[in-house]
Design a protein around this ligand. Structure first.
Ligand code: ZN
Length: 156
């Protein structure tokens, strides 16, 4: 049986959430700095102490050709940044912003207009309202980077 992630049951989503957070917090993908950076933003979540800096390389075609992040924070914030960099590489900036806004909507309990695939599992954080900001931090930072907003993206 082959089903889309959107058809997963609550129990399956919960299990996927646990697996994704553990895996990506333990071995974050794209952790570090890029050699060529066109866009960057800082993300701060004072509530939890999560701090990250996101680096993007956006080509003349408006496509994100590479992404990386540095920083420190809780497992959820690190895993979410890792999952995000994995997801957005190859996307056009407009597509990445749409995806980001849909992800933030999904995590904060609203309907997502975009198919999120396995990242739908991040909505598992809804069960822990104080951690929602940890899960959305990297995504807010990406939106800031693309807007070339130089103020840190703060969850407050
Ligand atoms: Zn956190």
């Amino acid at each position: 049986m082959n089903r889309a992630a959107n058809d997963l049951s609550t129990a399956e989503l919960r299990e996927l959430y646990r697996e994704l957070i553990l895996d990506h917090a333990r071995s974050p993908r794209h952790f570090g700095k890029l050699s060529a950076i066109t866009h960057t933003a800082e993300g701060l979540n004072p509530l939890c102490g999560d701090k990250l800096r996101l680096y993007l390389q956006i080509d003349d075609d408006d496509r994100i050709s590479d992404a990386a992040f540095e920083g420190s924070g809780c497992a959820i914030s690190v895993a979410s940044a890792s999952l995000m960099t994995d997801a957005i590489i190859g996307m056009r900036t407009a597509e990445a912003v749409d995806f980001s806004n849909a992800l933030i909507a999904s995590v904060t309990g609203r309907d997502s207009p975009v198919e999120l695939g396995k990242l739908q599992a991040l909505q598992g954080v809804r069960e822990f309202p104080s951690r929602v900001k940890c899960a959305t931090l990297a995504w807010h930072a990406m939106n800031s980077a693309i807007r070339r907003d130089h103020n840190p993206a703060s969850t407050e």
